[in-house]
Design a protein around this ligand. Sequence first.
Ligand SMILES: [Zn+2]
Length: 458
Amino acid sequence: MGSRPYRRRLAWSAAALLVAGVAVPATAAAGPDDTSDAPSQIAAQSGKQKAKNVILLIGDGMGDSEITLARDYTVGAAGRLNMDKFPMTGTYTTYSVDKNGKPDYVTDSAASGTGWATGQKTVNGRISKTPGTDKPMTTILELAQRNGLATGSVTTAELTDATPAVLASHATDRSCAGPADMKACPNDTIAKGGPGSIAEQSVNHKVDVLLGGGKARFDQKITEGRHKGLTVTEQAKKLGYQVVTDDKGLKNARAGKPVLGLFAPGNVPVEWTGKAAAQGGTEPQRCVTNNPERKAGTPSLDEQTRKALQLLEAKQSGKGKKPGFFLQVEGASIDKRDHAADPCGQIGETAALDRAVKVARAYAAKHPDTLVVTTADHGHTSQIVPLEATPPGLSSTLVTDEGQQLKVNYSTNTPGEAQEHTGTQVRIAAQGPQAHRVLGVTDQTQLFGTIRTALSLR
Ligand SMILES: [Zn+2]
């Protein structure tokens, strides 16, 4: 589907690079610390390609298996998802480090997110702070703000979850989400002169658009400092935030004041449900595409993305504002349902992120000075296996939209335990200024340099 315009776009991108006199090798890693010749050739040209805006879409736990599974089930094996249509596709390594800086081969979302948010690797569980000394590191969102750009973060998880947290907070441990959750972060408390919980830091940063779940965290009472006695939500209102809790509220939110959207007490309920994978497999199943636990009035990820773009665009057109924005959009529960060996939940969330990718690419089609990147933070457990396989772990047979059976296996942990992340490289795909920097094999920390260069952030 859509192969014709896709081919045209590809041809155009290649042509643009040729006009610029750039030879495009099949594997060009144009990362900041790369020293080989071909990338520096591209880098020499790249100074001319500047982006006004960056939209970064993260599929949490969205490895190649997760993408393939969603493609097979929804558009068919020969079909193409929106995220398959980027002209530039590469792969990146995601490992984290231990406190001595040695590789930890399987990352979590906190360490991987810290990688692209700061350009530096850290230990699993840590939010934009150094691995050994636990010192805050400047994030891409903070740099964007310092340079006068509008900023936004959208997620299907709690807004205090690791992937959104890495942008606008610094915490010893990802669990320090709300003022009542500070046990693992003794040095980050306000009483100790620290910045407080992830929720408090997020609103103190005055990020222009914050949309997601986690209302219960923001409704916790602050127990220290000048906002003592208020909930974080009340603090946000004091700081000028419009607080909205459903699609109507979101629709009515106006540019000019920052927006905090909290659409669920915890993670936003997933779009699809079905039978979890089981030992010995399941009967062939079709996924249920309207989860009854998802309340009417819960905005979808693509609706939130569309509104975020509208708000960020309006913000930058104000008097004296430097044009441009940085927006991160996370499909969080691909990971969460993968942990739970729930293929339908996982596929539904991948499809939901893919619709947000479509919104981002449609925006970029009208605003070509927008760099759009789609990637993941780490691989995950699901594997497509032959129908005749009898894996010892959990498995499920699905009947795809094209009427074929597909078997998915979850065997990274003992049945009954949560399934695990994997240490595999993951896909990174892009279009727009500096998109060529994702080609070849790079590392998640290099994405920081790509965004920084594209936006000319100082
Ligand atoms: Zn996970």
